[in-house]
Write a protein that binds this ligand. Structure first.
Ligand SMILES: NC(=O)N[C@@H](CC(=O)O)C(=O)O
Length: 435
């Protein structure tokens, strides 16, 4: 039966640079890529002159806060998926720190259903590891997996699963269905009262410091636990050079450990906190130039598997206040690809195929998402984006699709603009406008 995502439309992209290669034609027929090549027949097709723009597989985010249910003043599944399509995403994983928490089959099914209704991208709910994110008692992991939402990624993100026994049990439990625990690595006692990265800037500003060791000590423990029980561990938003070393070591042992980095940790540093502008307040905190360099190198050499946005919308009353009272988090979906072009492509660290690997193929594989993160090839689902890499412009949050405005890039010139996104052959973004 024809569902919301099906379409009989034929679209011919003329002169698209697939993964940044030589221009070629790509024919989309219905939900699939029908053909790639040169001089393809345009009969019965809408023709888009790609004019040398770059065609990539639709991006997949492993870490998005959609805020629904409970904080619809910040974002809803609809506005968040519209932001996702604007940024070139065709699938997002929705974090569990909603109100109520996504710790039951009922809540994850609600989020999953809202995602299906939105139509702008696939929404794969993440289930909480512990009841209420309280770290005390395992949530209904099996029931969430067996639900219509088919949850495979579990996370208490926003909070760390700090009890080693609970973490061990979670890792053991998800093995039965090839699930993965995504850890927010933050030793809570070491970060009590912390407001920013612990270092010279925090000392000068007199703000409570958040030491790198608070992240690294949990990662060290958890890679050992994952190895001990033979389970899959994913580490959220790596932010320090030391964390990179630990993941590199765990991978050298052959352990089943994957890691993500956010766009903002690849670009911004704690020097920005000198402005006391809470738009730069985020968890984990912005670190130092040394950390940024290590994270970029680790993303390039594969130590860090993928980019995840940690898109964390907040309404202005939670951000436009004094630093100490402000909420942590920043928007990410609508600027991620531009930040990656700036930090990784224009620095020569990655080519566009490398970007596709880290923003589409790998995150889809880690989340075991079928039909997403596939190659741009005949017979594959037409989940695609076109980016104009020559575009230069200042970020203007007034034009964002997100309900929130807390971007750290306002007014900053970033390269690249996503012009088109297709979800299973149906355009969700056309000429930079939501369809
Ligand atoms: N990344 C953030 O700074 N904020 C996240 C949760 C969190 O990790 O604290 C949020 O939900 O707002």
């Amino acid at each position: 039966m024809a569902g919301k995502n099906s379409s009989t439309a034929r679209t011919l992209l003329r002169g698209a640079r697939v993964l940044g290669g030589e221009p070629q034609d790509v024919l989309i027929d219905g939900e699939k890529i029908a053909e790639t090549g040169s001089g393809l027949d345009a009969t019965g097709a809408d023709v888009i002159d790609a004019g040398g723009r770059i065609l990539l597989p639709g991006l997949v985010d492993l870490h998005t806060h959609l805020r629904e249910p409970g904080r619809e003043d910040s974002e809803t599944v609809l506005t968040g998926t519209r932001a996702a399509a604007t940024g070139g995403y065709t699938a997002v994983h929705a974090m569990a720190n909603t109100f109520p928490v996504a710790d039951t089959a009922g809540v994850v099914e609600q989020v999953w259903r809202l995602g299906r209704e939105s139509g702008y991208c696939d929404v794969q709910p993440i289930g909480a590891v512990t009841v209420g994110l309280e770290g005390k008692q395992l949530a209904e992991l099996g029931a969430m997996h067996d639900s219509a939402a088919g949850v495979r990624v579990f996370s208490d993100d926003g909070k760390c699963v700090d009890d080693a026994v609970i973490m061990r049990r979670a890792l053991e439990y998800v093995k039965a269905f090839d699930g993965v625990v995504a850890q927010h690595a933050q030793e809570p006692r070491l970060t009590e009262g912390a407001q920013m990265n612990e270092g010279t800037v925090s000392a000068e500003l007199g703000l409570g410091g958040w030491p790198a060791v608070a992240e690294e000590s949990i990662i060290a423990r958890d890679v050992l636990l994952a190895a001990h029980v033979g389970s899959r561990l994913h580490i959220c938003h790596l932010s320090t050079a030391g964390s990179v070393e630990l993941v590199r070591w765990a991978k050298s042992k052959g352990w089943n450990v994957t890691a993500e980095v956010t766009p903002h940790h690849l670009l911004l540093t704690d020097e920005l906190v000198r402005s006391y502008d809470p738009v730069y307040k985020v968890n984990p905190p912005l670190r130092t130039e040394t950390d940024v360099r290590a994270l970029r190198e680790a993303l390039a050499d594969g130590t860090i598997d993928c980019v995840a946005t940690d898109h964390a919308p907040h309404p202005h009353e939670d951000k436009d206040c004094e630093w100490g009272a402000a909420a942590m988090g920043m928007l990410g979906l609508e600027t991620a690809l531009s930040v990656l072009q700036h930090t990784m492509v224009e620095t020569g660290l990655l080519d566009w195929a490398g970007i596709a690997e880290r923003m589409s193929h790998r995150p889809a594989a880690i989340g075991r998402l079928n039909g997403q993160g596939r190659p741009v090839a005949a017979g594959e689902p037409a989940n695609l984006l076109l980016i104009d890499p020559d575009y230069r412009g200042a970020v203007d949050p007034a034009g964002f699709a997100s309900r929130s405005r807390n971007t750290p890039y306002e007014g900053r010139e970033l390269p690249g603009r996503v012009t088109h996104t297709w979800l299973r052959g149906r355009a969700t973004l056309v000429d930079g406008k939501l369809a």
